[in-house]
Each structure stands twice: as structure tokens, then as C-alpha cells.
Design a protein. Sequence first.
Length: 502
Amino acid sequence: MSALLDLFKSFNKHHTCKRSFDGIKKGDKFHFIAMGGVGQSALAKILVKSGYEVSGSDINDSKYLKELKALGAKVYIGHNAANVPDDCFVVLSSAIKENNPELIKARELGLTVIHRSDLLLALTHEFALTIGFAGTHGKTTTSGLASYLLEKADKKPAYAVGGIIPEINTNANAYKNSSMFIAELDESDGTIVKYSPEILVINNLEADHLDFYKNGLSDVLDTFEKLILSEPDDVKIVANLDDAGVTELLQRLKNTKYIKNITGFSIENNIADFTPDIIAKDIIFNETGAEFEVIYKKQPLGKIKTSLKGIHNVYNTLAVTAALLEAGCKFDDFSKYVSGFTGMGRRFQTVFKNENFEIIDDYAHHPSEIKATLNAACEYRVKSGKDRVTAVFQPHRYTRLKALWEEFLECFDNCDTLVVLDVFNAGDEFDPEFNSENFTRLYKEKHPSKNVFYIKGKIADITLELKEKIKDNNSKDLILTLGAGDITKLGAPLGKELSKGN
């Protein structure tokens, strides 16, 4: 894990102001570089609501910045050395480069610069109990659902989530008397090893973020093993026993003191080496979502109804249920609210609907996520009376497309038409071999019976061409826009264009 060590060295390469950062203390001031991002803004909001002085900047204005400004934070649009106060902690993410003018100014002033993971770690120590949601997929949904349920149950939670919770319309909150903190723990840059939540939830583990995890799943497992082995003896670990990556991690832990701390959840209930503590039984899928019976330590607790579609969201709901039970919450206190949670933004989110078309936007950008989303779409197509499923896919990063090339070629079985857009590079350089045009060509060769198209151009310029490729006045269509880039801007204008003349 030399990349992780290099990362820590990078963020520890700073001068010291009045004191180095060893936790949050009364009177501390914080300046966030790129405060408009969902992760940075969540931490900033908790600090503001807890009474700390906060400032920050970002290149563009956003709903997160507007909310922070309304709460009392000092907000700057654009990165400028003059934005940095002379006595504060400067908070940044892994995306911030050393040539950022505010970071340069912070170094010149001798300010202590901290990575956002260090601030999140410090925040976890401010509350009696932290539940950390981790894993390759579903972190935002599970942490958002847990936060929503605790809010509805009037438990006064604090939380920092990687997306807007629609029913609450925020990604973070804190109360003066919050005792429980819900945190989404990001593994993408390896900094997850810093955290020590009282309850750690691991929903699934796969190879991803391969610009950091060069050896794929092996490096991911190394990181999670290091995380757990550094935890206190009494940490509770909520783990998905039906996930191959998670069970491989548990095999590594079999001879450690931590194996006794596992609370396993399962749907299949057929794992030979581990016995689940909580099971989803008698699952029924319907047009609005699913319902199932919850069995906890061999005792039936009752039914849960969810408005989230797909088997992966049964796992997400089960993970949250297990975590809240381990936190001491009563099943009846929160289970009745599950059906009111309609999902996080960009998670199977309907952005346009009329009698002929429904367009659903989803953040899925990993082959497993795409498979799960299209499986859910197929179930929903039948229940909602649609004729076809069309997937419009924008790959996210050339490095991810290259590393998971073969997996991407086999993850679109459950759609009738596939449209591939140009890669959202997210800072990656163009790859002359592993790109959208070549992917489409090879996909056609491997799947000759599938309707497959490549459309070149920016999102704002492709609506008419996309309409020509997918519109059929004799068909009722379910259209999914898939990816972690700016494809999220496509759904609404595409819906308006498709509805013309109908």
C-alpha cells in the first residue's frame, strides 16, 4: 500500500500554526478549499451548526454553498489566496492539487492543512456512537436511509452523507444534543483506514478506484483488513454474508479477536462458514419497491416495506436495519418509516415521465452497479407496463473503463438498446484504445443481436441525435441514464424532446 503511505506523507507535509490538528476544540476556525462538493460541504455544515467559524471557496456556486452561506459560513466563488484567513485549519480533499493558490497561501502562512478524512475522524469523536457505512457500492443509500430513519424517529442524529436525502433535503445535519453520528466512509483514496466507528457496516467489496488500488480487489481487501485490525476490541462489524468480497475479508479475520464481533446479514442464507444474525425472508417485489420479513437472531421482528427497487436495495435496507439494531434502536421505532424513503438523488431517480416514456437517472458507473440497476429496471418495466429498456451510458474515467473493460462488456444484458456516450474523463487523459467508440464497436461484435449506438459530443449537444436513435412511437419506453459524470443533465431535456409530437 505504498500509494497510501505517499498520500499520508503528502497531507502531513505542512507547517504548524498555534497547534497541530489533534481534534476539534472550542474556538477553532476552518477554511475549506472546494467547499461546494458534497463531502466537504457536509463537514462544513456540521461545524457551522455546532457553532464553529467556517469559510470556504469553490470554482462555481452550488446549492450546498448557498445553504452554507444561509447558515452563516463565509463563501467565496473562485480559488484565490486572499480567501484564506490567517488563523485557521485549512481542509482539503484528495482532489486538490499542490498548485492551488489557497493551498500555497496556507503553506506560506504556516497554517495547518488537514485532509477531510482527518476532520471527519475528529467529528466521530464528538459523538457517543458513530455508525460508519463502508463498501464499494451503496454507501450513500445506506447512510442516507439510516439518517432519514433516525430523523423520522426523532433520535436527533448527526450525519454526513454523500448526497441529498430527498425527504429531508440536505446531506448533513447536527443537533446540540446529538449522540449518534452517521458517516459515509469513502474508501476511494485509502484514507478509510483512519476511522474507528463504534459500528462499521461493510455492504460489499469489489475492485474499483483502480487508479489507487492498482492490484484490484486484493488491495481493497488489504485496506479493509488494515482498517479492522486497527479498531478497538469492542467494535461491532455489520457484514453482508452474501457478498464474495466481504466473505473473503472475513476469512482473513477468522483467526483474529474481531471475528466474534461480526453481525452478519443475508438473503440467501446459504453461507457455509458464517451464520447470519439477520435475514430477509419472503421477499416480494412490486411496482413501488419490495417488502420482506425480517428475522433477527432466529426471531421474527416484522415486515419492512421499501420504496427502493431491486434486490441490491433489499441488501441496503437490511444493512441499515442490522446497524440500527446493533446501535440499540428498537425495530418498531424505525421500520415503519422505511417506505417513506424514496432514495438518494441519482439513485434510480425518475426525472421525466409521461404516458409513453419514463426516464430514470442513476449514478451507476461500475459494472456491478450497472447490472444491479438494469436488473431492477427489468423488474420495474414489467410492473409498470413498459415495452423496452434503453440504457444510455456515459463511462466515468478512462482508467476505470480500461481496468474493467471485460466486465463492462458483459453488464448490459438487461437492456434492449444500449447507447454509449463519450467518456467523462474526470481528469484522466484520453485513451486511444480504451474509449467509448472502441467499446461500442467491440460490444456490437460480441452482442450482434443488440441495438447498440455510439454518440459523440457533449451532453448539451446530443439530445436530437439521441432522440432519433431511441424513439419509437409504437413503444412505451423505460430509459436509463447511467454514469457518475454530467449525464445527469441529460434526462430532463431528453424527456421534453421525446415528448414533442406525442
